[in-house]
Ligand binder design. Structure first.
Ligand SMILES: [Zn+2]
Length: 340
């Protein structure tokens, strides 16, 4: 029997809004796909891979993340990766996902854009039909690469426009401010994409201002560092620009030293629209429920606060207003019916 808190979190309907599909690559599946594609990886066992998942910063993680992605070659590989994630979160009562993929991680090593997106999209379609998980797919530009490469990727994405809801910005934040991508984001918005960006994870509050004022984002991914700037907090709250927080990721990448002081209450008190997400769960030791639990225990969060975070995940999503209301009502119904 699960303890009450764990049970409450586990059964609560929720959405995941900050998830890199390449970051769900579990070592077991990585070995299986490497074997069938006859690709060598530098690890000899699942245990060795897990041992390597101890990072000191974002860059150390990214180095291993890109290495793991190297074994993804065929459409089937991208399908299996995505399907494994959907099955996992289905069991965690996730009912809506807005997931990122990084086409440049694949096209730069000679894998066709179509191969990656076909596999991912098919799995998402099957997830909706078979598991009842609705979805939006978001394409991210790798910010350590030049803006020109992002323009190229945007052009490659155009034949698949129907399948791509939004555009994001990820990878190494420091030294690659949102301003570097101002023009390509403008083009993406002209094409009708909703845009968002990772900002204020390792980078300063200034990067969040840039994401708002230059990229015109609908959402900030991470955004922890907004708390350094009172005016910024006020603007984010007034405009209800959501932050997609990822507690276990922050802990593993040393953005925070412990989760004891994770500023959930401070952010809620400031009327920030915050959500809880897993970022790269295979690498950071937990999927969405483990992230909720990771803060719930040390911060002694009430069921009301946890339900608020789940409701926020729908409010901050790109679902229609009717769908949001319907899902929020489901969270309320769940809370009302929850008994120990
Ligand atoms: Zn991320």
């Amino acid at each position: 029997m699960l303890p009450t808190l764990e049970k409450f979190i586990a059964g609560m309907p929720k959405a995941e809004l900050h998830l890199h599909i390449e970051g769900t690559f579990e070592p077991e599946l990585m070995f299986e796909i490497a074997r069938r594609n006859k690709r060598k990886i530098r690890f000899n066992s699942v245990e060795e891979v897990k041992e390597a998942y101890k990072f000191n910063n974002l860059q150390e993680f990214l180095d291993i993340y890109y290495e793991g992605a190297n074994v993804l070659i065929e459409e089937r590989d991208f399908y299996d990766l995505t399907w494994a994630y959907l099955q996992k979160v289905h069991a965690q009562h996730v009912v809506h996902v807005e997931i990122f993929f990084d086409p440049q991680t694949h096209t730069d090593r000679g894998i066709a854009f179509a191969t990656a997106i076909n596999g991912i999209h098919q799995a998402l379609e099957d997830g909706e039909k078979q598991l009842g998980i609705s979805f939006k797919l978001i394409m991210c530009f790798l910010r350590h690469l030049p803006e020109e490469a992002a323009f190229q990727t945007l052009a490659e994405a155009m034949p698949f426009k129907e399948w791509i809801y939004g555009i994001g910005l990820d990878s190494s934040e420091m030294g690659h401010p949102p301003s570097k991508f101002e023009r390509v984001f403008e083009k993406a918005r002209q094409e009708g994409f909703v845009v968002m960006a990772h900002a204020g994870e390792e980078g300063p509050a200034e990067y969040i201002w840039e994401a708002l004022n230059l990229l015109h984002v609908a959402r900030i991914d991470h955004g922890n560092r907004c708390l350094d700037d009172e005016k910024l907090v006020q603007v984010l709250a007034e405009r209800q620009i959501a932050l997609t927080l990822c507690p276990l990721s922050n802990l593993e990448l040393k953005v925070v030293q412990t989760l004891d002081g994770y500023p959930i209450q401070q952010m809620l008190d400031n009327d920030l629209l915050i959500t809880i997400n897993s970022d790269d769960p295979a690498y950071f030791g937990g999927y969405i429920n483990e992230n909720y639990l990771g803060i719930a225990r040390p911060l002694n969060l009430s069921k009301e606060t946890l339900a608020q975070l789940a409701k926020n995940s729908f409010r901050a999503s790109f679902l229609s207003e009717e769908e949001k209301d319907r899902m929020i009502a489901k969270v309320d119904a769940y809370c009302a019916s929850f008994t120990i």
